[in-house]
Design a protein around this ligand. Structure first.
Ligand SMILES: [Zn+2]
Ligand SMILES: [Zn+2]
Length: 334
C-alpha cells in the first residue's frame, strides 16, 4: 500500500472480484450479474466462474476477466481455490488446473494479471499452506458467501500469521456470490484508488495494494508514521490497530464509555480529558507514555489518533460498525 494512499489525488472506485454466473454454479446469467452490480453502484467486476473464463461485454461496468480454479491439495486435504484475475486463456487454465498450485500462480502472474487465494478458512488452509506458495498478491480476508453459508467468512488469523512471517500480502473482501438478491452479494468489496476509470488503472492499483476492503464501513483517511497513527472513518463501534504478536491497540465504544464513567478508577490511565466541539465529543487519554485522542459523533467513533505507540513488523487498521460489518486497510510492513 502506498503510504499516502488516503491523501493522494485520484478517485475511489468500488468492485467485487469474486462472482459466479449460470456458466458455473451461479443462479443468474452474466448479463443479470452485471445488472445486479450496476444497480448497486459498483464500478467494476470480475466474473470468476469455476474452472473457466466467462466472456461477456458491458458498457455498464468495467469488467476484469477472471476465473476461480481449484488446484492442488493443502495439508488438511482440500484443494486451494485460486482467483485468477485478468486472464482469458481458457485452454491454458484447464491445463494448469492439473498441475501444482505454484505452476498455476506462475502462469497467471504476469504484468497486469494476478492471483488471490480465496477463502482460506473455508478451504481449511493453514498458514503453512499459504507460506508454501509464492506470488499471489493477497488472500480473501472476507468472503461473503462463506460467511453467510457456513460461518467461515473471515481469515484474519491467516493474514496476520503471513504478515508476521514478513509475507506482504493484501487482504481482500469479496462476495463469492452465487444466489444474489443481497443474500450472498453486496457483502464484501474493495475500494480502489485510481487516477482514471479504466481496467488497466484498476488492475495496476490493485497490484500495488492501493485499495482497502470493506463489508460496510468507510475508511476516510489513514496515515502511519513511527510516532503517530491517524484514522478517520464513518461512525463505527470499534477501531483496531493490528501488529505483530502482542503489539497493537484497540479502541471500542465499550471501553471508551467505561473509561469515561470511571476515569478515576481505571488505574492504568493517566489524564483523561473530555471536550465537546459542535456535534463531536473528543477524549484525550494518556496511557503511560502514549496518548490517544478519540473523536465520537452521534454514538460512533469517527477518528482515533495514537501517539507514542510502537508497532512491530507490520501495521494494519480494521474497523467494525454497529452491525458487525468491517473494513480492513492493507498492511504497512517495516
Ligand atoms: Zn471457492
Ligand atoms: Zn467462488
Amino acid at each position: 500500500m502506498d503510504k499516502n494512499l488516503f491523501s493522494s489525488s485520484g478517485i475511489w472506485v468500488r468492485g467485487n472480484l469474486h462472482a459466479h454466473t449460470k456458466n458455473s454454479d451461479g443462479l443468474l446469467s452474466p448479463e443479470e450479474v452485471i445488472d445486479y452490480y450496476f444497480s448497486r453502484g459498483y464500478d467494476f467486476l470480475a466474473i470468476t466462474d469455476h474452472e473457466k473464463v466467462t466472456t461477456v461485454k458491458s458498457e455498464k461496468l468495467i469488467l476484469l476477466p477472471g476465473s476461480e480454479i481449484s488446484v492442488g491439495k493443502c495439508l488438511l486435504g482440500d484443494s486451494y481455490h485460486i482467483l485468477a484475475i485478468n486472464v482469458d486463456n481458457n485452454e491454458a487454465l484447464q491445463k494448469y488446473k492439473n498441475e501444482s498450485v505454484q505452476a498455476l500462480l506462475d502462469f497467471v502472474n504476469k504484468e497486469k494479471s494476478f492471483t488471490i487465494v480465496a477463502h482460506p478458512y473455508w478451504s481449511k488452509l493453514t498458514h503453512s499452506d499459504l507460506l508454501n506458495i509464492e506470488g499471489y498478491i493477497g488472500i480473501e480476508v472476507y468472503n461473503g458467501g462463506c460467511d453467510i453459508e457456513v460461518a467461515k467468512g473471515f481469515s484474519m488469523v491467516h493474514w496476520d500469521n503471513l504478515l508476521t512471517q514478513g509475507k506482504n500480502v493484501y487482504g481482500l473482501a469479496t462476495d463469492d456470490a452465487h444466489y444474489y438478491g443481497d443474500l450472498d452479494s453486496a457483502r464484501g468489496w474493495i475500494n480502489v484508488k485510481v487516477k482514471e476509470r479504466s481496467a488497466e488503472e484498476i488492475l495496476s492499483s490493485i497490484k500495488k495494494g492501493n485499495f482497502y476492503s470493506s463489508s460496510g464501513p468507510i475508511i476516510e483517511y489513514l496515515s502511519y508514521n513511527e510516532n503517530k497513527v491517524e484514522i478517520r472513518t464513518s461512525p463505527v463501534e470499534r477501531v483496531d490497530f493490528v501488529s505483530e504478536g502482542g503489539r497493537g491497540f484497540s479502541v471500542s465504544l465499550d471501553t471508551y464509555n467505561k473509561v469515561k464513567q470511571a476515569k478515576d478508577k481505571v488505574r492504568i490511565l493517566g489524564k483523561v480529558e473530555i471536550t465537546h466541539e459542535r456535534e463531536n465529543e473528543i477524549a484525550y487519554v494518556e496511557l503511560g507514555n502514549s496518548k490517544i485522542t478519540i473523536k465520537t459523533e452521534r454514538g460512533g467513533i469517527i477518528s482515533v489518533v495514537l501517539e507514542g505507540f510502537s508497532f512491530k513488523k507490520y501495521f494494519r487498521a480494521e474497523i467494525t460498525d454497529h452491525n458487525g460489518k468491517k473494513a480492513w486497510s492493507n498492511p504497512i510492513l517495516f
